[in-house]
Design a protein around this ligand. Structure first.
Ligand code: PMP
Ligand code: GLU
Length: 390
């Protein structure tokens, strides 16, 4: 049969988070009054100065291709940011690749690194697209199951147990989507020990870097193991720029050059006026980022406290990101997919099922607090009613 999808797509489902977005839109079109806490995107508007920079760039005719690595001014700004904030020293000329989204940065990194038969260790629970991207690259995702009883801590034993002679890459994500955990010094040490022992490449997804609480330090593996680490970051979450599609990859020149080939033969470059806006975001928008963070801080308190007062629900305080990831196993509906379906049908509250993030999320659901305090309060009231009505 000639007309068929590639065999490697058999291992790939639609993105659970993106599919849920579509479903919410369809249900709303039929008049359903939903409170949507599944959204993985800030509900704030993009900072004004960023939008103004893009409009000015459009009016100035900056509507053509940029260099495939990205505009030099943005690469300089990214290299300066990585050095100042993260202790990562890379050259703007050959150590930075500007990409149309962090998703594309991850995809270009994985595609350029992996051959069929290679394995990638992914701590589970982990973001929905990691395993899919590895499969799309023709390689095999291998979950390293984290223990909910330890608060999903990464240990040397858990990572080492998932490593085989075929392992090439270790994927890290801190602050974490969906758990809200941030990698601490002991966990980073464990990861670096295993990566050094087996000469693994670390891909570190740091897209929630600026959304973290209680002055917790953000640790970047590339500050300690630059030669084997690709750092991925972007503007979607920190600067409320999800629709702009702008991200970047940084690391040693040889690995960045390999990813550049994927970018050049697929999308060429990120949109030029978007890159100009991104430069403004990095240089001028810290106050806007701080303002959003203070709103997330208040919402985190509201949501976590509310969740813990629901019967059968326990929720740790997220250290970073805008997600709460409660354990719902005490509610009588112990599977995260069944629970999310129940809350959608009975309470009109949309949340992401924990199992969408891998086996490690089976007794959990993800609720986003990139939503107003009013929406959070309503969702909690509706959930309380449904849970007590059982
Ligand atoms: N990594 C994680 C953990 C995410 O939650 C997201 C959100 N979509 C991304 C990467 C991709 O971000 P974007 O493609 O919007 O830059
Ligand atoms: N990353 C967000 C989420 O986890 C947005 C959707 C997506 O790209 O997966 O919901």
């Amino acid at each position: 049969m000639a007309k068929r999808a590639a065999h490697r797509l058999a291992a790939v489902e639609r993105s659970a988070t993106v599919a849920l977005l579509d479903r919410v839109q369809q249900l709303r079109a039929t008049g359903a009054a939903l409170v949507d806490l599944s959204r993985g995107e800030p509900d704030f508007v993009t900072p004004g100065e960023v939008t103004e920079a893009a409009v000015a760039a459009l009016r100035a005719g900056r509507t053509h291709y940029s260099p495939s690595r990205g505009l030099p001014a943005l690469r300089e700004a990214i290299a300066a940011k990585l050095s100042a904030d993260n202790g990562i020293v890379v050259g703007a000329a050959d150590g930075v690749l500007v990409t149309p989204s962090a998703k594309l940065a991850l995809y270009a990194a994985l595609t350029s690194l992996l051959d069929p038969g290679d394995e990638v260790v992914i701590p589970s629970p982990g973001w929905v697209s990691y395993a899919a991207m590895v499969s799309l690259a023709g390689a095999a995702p291998v979950p390293a199951l984290l223990d909910p009883a330890t608060g999903f801590r990464i240990t040397e034993g858990v990572i080492e147990a998932a490593v085989t002679p075929a392992t090439r890459v270790l994927l890290l994500n801190s602050p974490n989507n969906p758990t809200g955990r941030m990698t601490d010094a002991a966990e980073l040490d464990a990861v670096l020990t295993v990566a050094r022992r087996h000469d693994l490449v670390i891909i570190s997804d740091e897209i929630y870097e600026h959304i973290r609480y209680d002055d917790r330090p953000h640790l970047s593996p590339a500050a300690y193991f630059l030669e084997n680490t690709l750092t991925v970051n972007g503007f979607s979450k920190s600067h409320a720029m999800t629709g702009w599609r702008l991200g970047y990859l940084a690391g040693p020149a040889d690995l960045v050059s390999a990813a550049l080939k994927v970018q050049e033969h697929s999308v060429s470059c990120a949109a030029t006026f978007t890159q100009i806006a991104g430069t403004t975001a990095l240089e001028d928008s810290r106050p806007a980022v701080e303002e959003m963070l203070s709103a997330y801080t208040a919402r985190r308190a509201l949501l976590v406290e509310g969740l813990n007062s629901l019967p059968g629900v326990t929720c740790a305080r997220p250290e970073g990101s805008f997600y709460a990831f409660p354990d719902i196993s005490g509610t009588g509906v112990p599977d995260g997919s069944d629970f999310a379906e129940w809350m959608l049908d009975d309470a009109g509250v949309v949340m992401t099922p924990g199992p969408a993030f891998g086996a490690g999320g089976h007794a959990h659901v993800r609720l986003s607090f990139a939503a107003s305090e009013n929406e959070l309060t309503q969702a909690l009231e509706r959930m309380d009613k449904a849970l007590r009505g059982r």
